[in-house]
Design a protein around this ligand. Structure first.
Ligand SMILES: *Cc1c(COP(=O)(O)O)cnc(C)c1O
Length: 384
């Protein structure tokens, strides 16, 4: 493959920091580099209480435990999302109530959420798809009105904003991902942000296998033991060292990704004849250059474009299968048709976007997409 879909990269001192972590003689979690990452997030985004985790999936699982989700509780979330958003709550016995996507964006349609709330609703999980904010004022008003918690699945949303506030700082809890496909990477990795102070202490315990070891290391208790349920959610210093190397270069990384995103967008904006559906960024949101996608006319057109790109050595992909139609949840889902979610399942095409992608490569990718779209539409006319 000449141009892969994604390519992990070294932005600066990642490898040096890993070797320093080894030199410090502490490779398990919560050492120097983990603390440096926490400090970074506090200063840069105002995340007063944040905890690195081994993945965003783990951060979501911690959120479900912290909210005390019990069998029978209902949790509202979009159907157009990654499995972990739902799995974390299903593991605790929750019933998932799927919301449809907006017409103009794969994010959940804020205007229908109220109609999904019942006396059993415990939480709303929003997903800032492609790093573009859900309209959080609407969601937080519902949270207040009905006494339900809000969790932000901010896996794709690092350094993106809602009305000037960093995503991940608005809900009661938020989960980030540092998987190698995200803007800031550590291979596997994640973070839980705790904005509701009542969860701070218990979060530390759950993350440390249900023990009060963190408090012990701070000298607050003179022995530690098993005090709650929990699991092993903290990453090693090797992961944190790599992550810190990336965080130091966050400005450069973000500037580069946004440049690539804009470069794609400008090329496609000038294709009036193709009347393309380009990504929509509402006024209250920002783009963090996480993902560039196009909405194809239909499933067949998307398949044709993916094949054409593949023949040119370029790897592009579609994204989620709506979770209500997944093999696992299909039988359990008893709700309405989710027309918009299905729409994005069938039509959304993601193009390569990674730090080392050059302008020439973006041009080549865009040109191949445009040519194959023209070709497909011509063939389609001929066959009619
Ligand atoms: C990537 C992603 C996750 C999972 O992140 P991991 O760190 O791989 O566990 C969850 N939700 C969304 C929306 C994602 O994009």
């Amino acid at each position: 493959m000449k141009i892969p879909f994604n390519k992990p990269f070294i932005s600066g001192k990642e490898l040096q920091y890993i070797s320093e972590a080894v030199g410090l003689g502490k490779l398990s979690g919560d050492g120097f580099f983990t603390k440096s990452c926490h400090q970074f997030f506090r200063e840069k985004f105002g995340f007063e209480n944040c905890l690195l985790t081994t993945s965003c999936t783990d951060a979501l699982e911690m959120a479900a435990i912290l909210l005390n989700i019990q069998p029978g509780d209902e949790v509202i979330m979009p159907a157009y999302t990654f499995v972990s958003t739902a799995n974390a709550f299903v593991l605790r016995g929750a019933k998932i109530v799927f919301a449809d996507s907006r017409k103009d964006h794969p994010g959940m349609d804020e205007s229908i959420v109220e109609s999904l709330i019942t006396s059993k609703t415990k939480a709303i999980v929003v997903v800032h798809y492609a790093g573009v904010a859900v309209d959080m004022d609407i969601i937080m008003q519902l949270s207040k009105k009905f006494g339900v918690y809000v969790v932000e699945d901010a896996a794709q949303a690092i350094d993106s904003y809602y009305k000037g506030k960093p995503l991940g700082s608005i809900g009661h809890l938020a989960a980030f991902s540092f998987h190698e496909t995200k803007n800031i990477q550590s291979g596997e990795g994640g973070m839980l942000v705790i904005n509701d102070d009542t969860f701070v202490q218990r979060a530390e315990i759950i993350r440390e296998k249900g023990t009060n070891r963190t408090s012990f290391f701070r000298g607050e208790v003179n022995k530690y033991g098993w005090v709650d349920i929990g699991s092993s959610f903290l990453p090693s210093e090797i992961t944190a060292a790599f992550l810190y190397g990336q965080l130091e270069n966050i400005e450069t990384i973000q500037a580069k990704r946004k440049t690539i995103w804009n470069y794609y967008n400008n090329i496609f904006l000038h294709q009036e004849k193709l009347s393309l559906s380009l990504p929509v960024i509402p006024d209250y949101a920002t783009s963090n250059g996480h993902m560039y996608y196009l909405i194809c006319n239909d499933h067949q057109e998307r398949q044709f474009i993916i094949e054409s790109l593949k023949n040119a050595g370029i790897y592009a992909v579609f994204h989620y299968q709506s979770l209500h139609k997944s093999e696992y949840y299909y039988e359990k889902y008893e709700g309405k048709e989710l027309v918009q979610s299905d729409y994005f399942t069938d039509r959304l095409l993601r193009l390569p976007l990674y730090f080392e992608l050059s302008e020439a490569e973006v041009e080549e990718i865009a040109e191949t997409v445009i040519q194959s779209m023209i070709q497909y539409r011509q063939m389609h006319m001929i066959h009619k």
